[in-house]
Design a protein around this ligand. Structure first.
Ligand SMILES: Nc1ncnc2c1ncn2[C@@H]1O[C@H](COP(=O)(O)OP(=O)(O)OP(=O)(O)O)[C@@H](O)[C@H]1O
Ligand SMILES: [Mg+2]
Length: 392
C-alpha cells in the first residue's frame, strides 16, 4: 500500500504482501535477478532505467525510461506501488526524495546519499570507527600532491561519484615513480573531480559479507565470500571464503553493525581487504545485491535476491545458511569478440548453470552474464565454473 497521507520520507512498516506491486530503481542484471525472485514469490514488478531494453525489462510488468536524476520518471515509478527498492546507488537525491514521498523507499534516502559518494562514504566509515586503510579526500591537484607522499607513494585514486568495475580509478606510483607529472596525469585522467586517494594495501585476499535488515529491525549476515579481481573487475567469487573463523566472524559483526548504524532497510554488501599482515579493512559498501553473492542462488537457503525482496516488503528475513559450497565466474563482453561463446560445451560441466542478462551489445569489460556451480568444496565449485569458462 502506498501512503500518500504520511509525512515525506516516513516509513510504512506494514508488510507488503505477495501479489503487490514492487518497484526497482535500475533495471540492470541485479534488478533483473531481483525481479525474477520477486516474481517467483508472486509480486508484480516495475523498474526504472535509462535504457528501455535493459536486462530487467524482459522479466518485469513495466519499464519506465528515465535517467538516474529524472524526478518525473521517479514519480511515475513510485506512483501506486507498495514498496520501492534499488539495484544501483547512483540515483539522484532529488529523485530518491520524490520516491520516498510517494512510497516506502527501502533502503532509504540518507544511507544512499552517503554511500553514493566515495568521499562521504569513506569519511563516514572513518568517523564511525570502522576499520579503513589510510586515505585522504582530495579536491584539487595540490591536495593530491600532498596526499601521495603522505600515503606512502603508491596510491589508488578513485572518483567520488560514478565509478564502478575499476572505472573512475587511476594508479599512482605503482609501475613508475610518483612524479609531479604522474600525479597531474592521474588527476586529469579522472576529470579533476573530488576523489579519494588510498594507500595501496598489500593484499592477501579480498572477501565480502552481505547483510540484510528489514524495517522491523531484524538483521542477518551471510557467510563471507572470497573474491578474485582481474584488472579491478570481479572475475570470480566463491562461498565459503575459507578464511580463519575469527576473521569471518569479525567481518560479519562489522557488517551487522554497519547496516544497523546506517539504518538500511534492504541489503548492504561490504567489500573487505585482508592484508598479508592479517588485518581486515573495509574497501567499500554497496546498498543492494552484489556480484559476489550471485552464487547464493545456488548454495544458500535464501538467495540475496529473495532476501532483498523480503527486506523491501518487511517479510521475515530468510535463513542465510550455506547449504553447499558454490561459486560463480563472470562472463565479460570480451568473450564475444570472436563470435558467440560455446555455451553447450560449458553446460556439459557437471553442476554448472548459465546466467545471461540479455544485454544487446557485448563490449569489452561489460558484464554479460555469469556461470555458477555447486561442489563438494568451494575449490571444486570454483574449478567447475573456471573449466566451463575455458570451454567457452
Ligand atoms: N587501496 C587499495 N589497495 C589495494 N587494492 C585496491 C585498493 N583499492 C582498490 N583495489 C583493487 O581494485 C579493486 C576495485 O576497487 P573498488 O572496489 O574501490 O572499485 P570499484 O570500481 O568501485 O569496483 P567494483 O564496482 O568492482 O566494486 C578492488 O577490489 C581491489 O582489487
Ligand atoms: Mg569494489
Amino acid at each position: 500500500m502506498s501512503s500518500p497521507s504520511q509525512a515525506p520520507g516516513s516509513k510504512d512498516s506494514s508488510i507488503v504482501r505477495p501479489g503487490s506491486l514492487l518497484a526497482i530503481l535500475g533495471g540492470g542484471q541485479l534488478g533483473r535477478m531481483m525481479a525474477m525472485a520477486a516474481r517467483t514469490m508472486g509480486y508484480r514488478v516495475r523498474v526504472m532505467d535509462p535504457e528501455p531494453a535493459c536486462p530487467a525489462s524482459f522479466v518485469v510488468d513495466e519499464t519506465i525510461a528515465g535517467r538516474w536524476d529524472d524526478v518525473d520518471a521517479a514519480r511515475q515509478l513510485a506512483t501506486g506501488v507498495d514498496s520501492v527498492t534499488l539495484e544501483i546507488e547512483q540515483i539522484g537525491v532529488n529523485a530518491l526524495a520524490e520516491v520516498a514521498r510517494l512510497a516506502p523507499l527501502r533502503p532509504g534516502v540518507e544511507p544512499i546519499r552517503v554511500i553514493q559518494d566515495k568521499t562521504l562514504q569513506k569519511t563516514w566509515l572513518a568517523e564511525n570507527r570502522f576499520p579503513v586503510g589510510p586515505f585522504r579526500v582530495v579536491r584539487s591537484e595540490a591536495e593530491l600532491r600532498d596526499a601521495v607522499p603522505a600515503l606512502g607513494g603508491n596510491v589508488f585514486l578513485k572518483i567520488g561519484r560514478g565509478g564502478y568495475d575499476g572505472r573512475g580509478q587511476a594508479r599512482i606510483g605503482c609501475e613508475s615513480p610518483p612524479t609531479e607529472e604522474a600525479i597531474a596525469a592521474a588527476w586529469a585522467s579522472l576529470g579533476s573531480r573530488p576523489s579519494i586517494a588510498e594507500k595501496a594495501l598489500d593484499l592477501d585476499c579480498e572477501i565480502s559479507v552481505m547483510a540484510a535488515r528489514n524495517p522491523a529491525g531484524e538483521i542477518r549476515t551471510y557467510p563471507a565470500a572470497r573474491n578474485h579481481h582481474e584488472n579491478q573487475v570481479l572475475a570470480w567469487s566463491a562461498l565459503p571464503a575459507g578464511v580463519p573463523t575469527n576473521l569471518e566472524a569479525r567481518a560479519e559483526e562489522l557488517a551487522a553493525a554497519m547496516i544497523a548504524k546506517l539504518g538500511i532497510e534492504g541489503l548492504l554488501c561490504i567489500e573487505f581487504f585482508v592484508t598479508r599482515q592479517g588485518e581486515l579493512f573495509v574497501n567499500e559498501l554497496a546498498p543492494r545485491p552484489h556480484n559476489s553473492y550471485h552464487q547464493s542462488e545456488r548454495g544458500c537457503a535464501t538467495s540475496q535476491f529473495e532476501q532483498a525482496v523480503r527486506a523491501a516488503c518487511n517479510l521475515p528475513l530468510g535463513s542465510t545458511e550455506l547449504m553447499t559450497p558454490c561459486a560463480i565466474a563472470n562472463l565479460l563482453g570480451d568473450l564475444w569478440l570472436n563470435g558467440e561463446p560455446d555455451f553447450p560445451a560449458a553446460l556439459a560441466v557437471p553442476g554448472v548453470r548459465l546466467h545471461l542478462y540479455e544485454k544487446q551489445t557485448p563490449r569489452a569489460g561489460r558484464k554479460m552474464g555469469h556461470l555458477s556451480s555447486i561442489g563438494a568444496t568451494a575449490e571444486e565449485a570454483l574449478e567447475r565454473v573456471l573449466e566451463a569458462k575455458r570451454r567457452l
